[in-house]
Write a protein that binds this ligand. Sequence first.
Ligand code: HAM
Length: 436
Amino acid sequence: MGSKRESFRSIKGTFDVLPEESSSDGNTIAGSPSWRHVESVVREVMDRYGVREIRTPIIEPTPLIARGVGQTTDIVSKEMFAFERGDTQYVLRPEVTAPVMRAYLQHNLGQQRAVQKLFYIGPCFRAERPQRGRYRQFHQFGAEYIGSANVRADAEVIALMTDVYAGLGIGDCTVRLNTLGDVDARPSFVSALQDYLAPHVSALSETSRRRLEQNPLRILDTKNPVERELLVDAPRLSSFISDDSRDRYDRLKEMLDALGVTFVEDPFLVRGLDYYTETAFELETAALEGAQTALAGGGRYDLLAEELGARQPVPATGFAAGIERLLLAMKAHDARTVTDARPDLFVVLAGDDAATWGVEFVHQLRRAGARCELDLSGRSVKAQMREANRTRSRFVIVVGSTETASGEGRVRSMETGEEQNVRLTVESVRKLLATS
Ligand code: HAM
């Protein structure tokens, strides 16, 4: 071993989730109690909608993501954590829709149910420039409805998404909605857009100039004020889409109205992944300023399955949401905070004589379902009492040789200060903890 001590820190754009809500270096978003709260609300809402969980690997074949998400997207062209071992190319998944579709096709899930409603919660990786609300490892929850071409599925996915936020106390979200039409409408729109922008190329940013060649639809998504101004009079995708697409879009809006989902139409919403057709949406909050206002996004991706090798088209729609941004929005709203699990009883050991007895008693209480704490470092009674206070334990009992000999002790309520005698059996103590 070298003599110089090396210390390590988490990689930039990643963070630890601690039992505490904050960390000494400020590099955490929320504590594990908040994460667990969010995850449990997500699961509860998914259950209500009959959406079942799927877990796919963190690593996937790079070509799956390249083909699924699209070669010219930012995600694939600049943000992949990809590596090679032997002759296999791996990528840390930057999103979960393509992996879920891969799993659906691989396991023939379409044969089991006409519509598979699947959800996931887990980490994703994108090599973006880290900033508030944008990380290199982040977490998504999302739902994919695979097998339905009906707008009812789009409406349900959007309602499901907004229900999660309502369940977490974030009311001020806006759904931005658009239709991208089917792929047949794209080429004529794209060439109209290119023609319109051709005389203004010098005013465009380098990114937009590149997009104009490679992925012109994405220009609509620009945040650059000069470009936004330019786009005001640009041709509109809505004038190029088919009657069928327009009709679908109208029915979707009608259904969202009926479901009480408020939305605003945004003809410039195109999304940063290539697999979308028809419906596209994002969920925004005013609580997060800057570029990271998108809490969630999604849409229909009817062509992805074939892109991934399916012989038949498999219509599908879904959304994904960033958990970090959700937690930041919850903080901004003062929604939550979930108090963490506090112990029911802290057993303070007076002297070593009672130690074995205490360890066993606490063990039995825990097995019987009580949340019990015990000092593990042989500290003084006073220090143990301080610890009991710190953990916000509901009750405390001091046990020494007198108590173990008599089989009785005094339990003190930390809330009221009241004390009462209790027989030192699991049943009696459990009863006391349950009734008080
Ligand atoms: P996305 O818009 O790329 O869509 O990501 C969805 C959400 O993930 C974003 O709205 C944001 O909250 C969060 N997110 C994305 N990148 C980061 C990051 N670097 N740091 C923190 N949060 C981030 C998708 O991923 C699609 N798969 C959504 C979908 C599902 N479409 C159909 N089904």
